[in-house]
Design a protein around this ligand. Structure first.
Ligand SMILES: Cc1cc2nc3c(=O)[nH]c(=O)nc-3n(C[C@H](O)[C@H](O)[C@H](O)COP(=O)(O)OP(=O)(O)OC[C@H]3O[C@@H](n4cnc5c(N)ncnc54)[C@H](O)[C@@H]3O)c2cc1C
Length: 311
């Protein structure tokens, strides 16, 4: 192992969570490497919302600023993908490029992938007028004609939530049958004024690169300007699994069991951001990264002091 490949901390994932941790670690003078594959979750969106003082900023610009900030404190960042990890004394992280880097502590901030419903047009328009999160984009499309594509009976919750942003909401049952909805669901939908339309959605209609309608298998088209969907969340926990971290099943995927600092059940391994939990928005990811980074620094300090005392 060369000194060049040996770090105190390796952060896997250079999205908001990873960069936030790296900023703290760099400022705490820790030799830190960020390994980032460069595919942040919110890349399809032109603007990021709900982050105090950065509301409306393009996500790519936000991350570019973060990369500039960590570089000021000597943190290294490589565009690469961690493909394997093991522990033999230190952690050894194998990268797709063939390089192996070593670290005393690891932060896994690899985010999650959104698996979109297989309806033609949905993937192409995701982040523009096909949306998943009203907190991220609801204000920008307020009072427009909304559709909500059911992917499971849980989509009722999304159909009800978006009525906070428009009173014109159509809930497309798609492959869910009305019998799968509870009496409470149906009562709430009716009270909220949500129109329920049965039948499979087969495609989207656009004009001048804007959504204008939702097409059904029976040949009808419903005029809609925005379609909300619920992607299946696929947390990027492969490295955590390889390390033997305990995961817990949730309705939104399996996430690591962590304490409040993001420490997983594997000593020396932390997790932050969407790799740690489904509900982590950008501001939460930044906060979780900060917390994990500062905890890692403190833990390294104490463990070195204890090792010195023992000698
Ligand atoms: C369309 C869309 C719009 C959104 N808009 C908003 C919004 O307006 N406001 C808001 O608060 N939230 C928004 N979000 C949620 C936001 O994307 C997440 O909260 C945020 O990205 C979480 O940050 P993260 O650092 O955990 O993960 P990410 O930003 O996804 O970063 C993870 C990074 O890790 C890298 N990576 C993964 N695996 C590896 C590996 N093995 N080796 C190396 N690198 C790896 C990825 O390539 C990526 O660069 C939006 C999400 C979507 C899908």
């Amino acid at each position: 192992m060369t000194q060049k490949d040996s770090y105190e901390v390796v952060v896997v994932g250079g999205g908001t969570a990873g960069l936030s941790a790296a900023l703290v670690l760099g400022r705490a003078r820790r030799r830190t490497l960020v390994v980032d594959a460069g595919e942040p979750r919110n890349a399809p969106a032109a603007h990021m919302h709900g982050y105090l003082s950065r509301d409306g900023m393009p996500p790519a610009e936000f991350l570019a600023l973060g990369r500039e900030e960590i570089a000021r404190y000597g943190v290294e960042l490589v565009r690469d993908r961690a493909v394997d990890v093991g522990k033999d004394g230190d952690f050894a992280v194998a990268l797709a490029s063939g390089r192996t880097v070593h670290a005393r502590r690891l932060l896994i901030a690899t985010g999650l992938k959104d698996e979109l419903p297989a309806v033609p047009g949905v993937a192409e328009r995701f982040g523009r007028d096909v949306l998943h999160c009203p907190y991220c984009h609801g204000w920008e499309v307020r009072d427009q004609a909304f559709g909500v594509l059911a992917t499971s009976p849980m989509s009722v919750h999304q159909a009800l939530m978006v009525t906070q942003w428009s009173k014109d909401v159509t809930f497309f049952l798609h492959k869910v049958s009305e019998e799968e909805l509870s009496d409470d669901d149906l009562r709430r939908l009716a009270t909220a004024g949500v129109k329920v339309v049965p039948g499979e959605v087969t495609g989207l209609v656009t004009q001048d690169d804007r959504l204008t309608g939702v097409g059904l298998a029976d040949g009808t088209t419903h005029h809609r300007e925005v379609l909300f969907v619920a992607p299946r969340a696929v947390p990027q926990t492969d490295l955590l699994r390889r390390l033997g971290a305990e995961l817990r099943e949730t309705p939104f995927g399996a996430y690591p069991v962590v304490d409040e600092t993001g420490l997983t059940t594997v000593p020396g391994v932390w997790s932050a951001g969407n790799a740690r939990g489904f509900a982590e928005q950008v501001v939460n990811a930044a906060a979780g990264g900060y917390r994990a980074g500062s905890t890692i620094n403190g833990e390294l300090l104490m463990s070195d002091l204890d090792a010195t005392v023992r000698v």
